[in-house]
Design a protein around this ligand. Sequence first.
Ligand code: BF8
Ligand code: SF4
Length: 655
Amino acid sequence: MNISVVIHELVCDNHQPGCSLLDVRHEEAAIMDQYQEFSIAADAQSMLKKAHDDGVVTAWDRARMQQPQCQFCKSGLSCRVCAMGPCRIDPHGKGAHYGVCGADADIIAARNLSRMVAAGSASHSDHARDLVEVLYSVGKGKAPGYEIKDLEKLKRVATEYGIAINGLSDKELAVKLAESMMEDFGMKKGRVTFVGRAPKQRIELWEKLNVVPRGIDRETTETMHRTHMGVDNDYVSLLLHAVRNSLSDGYGGSMIGTELSDILFGTPKPGLSTVNLGVLKEDHVNILVHGHNPVVSEMIGLAVEDGEMIKLAQSKGAKGINLAGLCCTGSELMMRKKIPMAGNHLMTELTIVTGAVESIIVDYQCVMPALGQVAQCYHTKLYSTSNKAKFPFMEHVEFNPENAKEQAFKMVHASIENYVRRNKDRVSIPVSPVKSMTGFSVESIVGALGGSLAPLIDAIKAGKIKGAVGVVGCNNPKIRQDYGHVGLIKRLIANDILVLTTGCANVAAGKAGLQVPEAKNLAGPGLKEICGLLNIPPSLHVGSCVDNSRIVVIACALANALGVDIDKLPLAGAAPEWYSEKAVAIAFYVMASGIYTVLGVMPPVGGSTNVTKLATSGLKDVFGASFAVEANPDRAADLIIAHITEKRKGLGLSA
Ligand code: BF8
Ligand code: SF4
């Protein structure tokens, strides 16, 4: 028996079948005492130590056990598209230069990358489809508990869809808009509606390149078709379609996801919340929501406010119910309701290790199947809610628009009942929460600027703000947790570059104290002055990963206001710690919008010289933007600063 199992057996009084430490695959689980190396965040370091003491295996242990990772897969040179394979090729060495079908490195790498874009686009867009269905059900009066929270936005977006809104009731309008959006998923209209938000020049470029997305589902389906054996075998053609597929996400699925979330749950407004594991409360029933779709988390938010539920919690000896978020659904709640944020992607297992969490309620995406294993060592109950996302050791409580309210109450009730099972001796809430400002929707940014983007444009022209950068994306055990995000953001704001964060990046920035107005003191003099005037942080929390569409909308609006294409603007994107296929889709549509994008982790294309060259330089001639890969946040910042300086020069502005 290995030492991890011995330690685990000594400390664990809760052995259950499936306990990760009883699994022989973890025989090599390392005993790690260098927690600082894994994360810069104090809460993570503390919980990694506790996980070790409790004998719990985490993503970092499992990442180590995967070493060395397959170099063929890492460089994009393995293919398992068909049953003549799997094939792995070695284009410059002594091994096979071609797959069984004759596919070379360019074809295989481009096909693999295209499929990542398809999976990412499908994830955002299927999430959006669920929101469209809720909107439809609200309109039909079949979604108790849901309502239209932003009627103005419903009317505005409906008008954008060409719907004659006069004479329609709110509910009729909801049905009409839902039906029109459903068409965006198909292929009737010829082009996804929100493409119209892009500057004229950009749309013309996309038309010329034949990459205008025609339908959200259509482009993803076409990627799967093209990448089947014997279809598209030209890497340029494959990648151009991957661009079109990503645009069906950025200007389709993700944008619909954001707009409908605002319509159904309210358009976010700035306000303060708190972040890190310290948001858990030792004397409360702690319930976490994890995943992406506010359709679930918002309803849980309603249930925890119910007087009967609070009374029940008190009858169990708790002072009340404490709801907190994880990952993107956490960001959705934080943006709208200022609900605290417990952590980003690599914190999800560690929240359970606190011993203070009664339940985690998940929907989909970025939910590690390991959660169930970790929960075997504690009293935490896990609930899945989507019929398309089921997990080991989770109880499934199916959510749909009709039963959501009832199911939310059921899970909150069971979570409260679970409070009495908490072992107080095993509870550790390691840090105090940090304040974090949130709620920067496009509308609220424009509002903070006094009603138009003109003051931002003036500040950019005057050189007080040199440019703006979206810092987005995940955690990945390959990068010290939060180091990529925080290091980059600090350098950018110190150089008078305004940062907009989404997804797990904003949790990292929040934990590091960068998302409060006081962080202006870390900014350069110009940005500091503007933040002081507007009482905003230099790093703005604009939402979840679908809310990268908000960043795109701002970029489009800036370009339109200046009468130039987006690629002329001093803007950039960065995904310092990305892991997810969704991040690849985002990177593609951001680049295709004309925004230079720096990735902290190399995508699996290095085995193809042509694909790598195209991505890092060739695209620039086509889209006016390309990708760079740089894991070191200081060097990534240097690349971005140089890019912004060049763009400023192009606009005739001072460096
Ligand atoms: O969509 S940033 S780890 S939680 S993929 Fe996932 Fe990445 Fe976090 Fe949200 Ni986005
Ligand atoms: Fe091999 Fe070609 Fe089949 Fe891929 S598609 S597994 S390269 S034969």
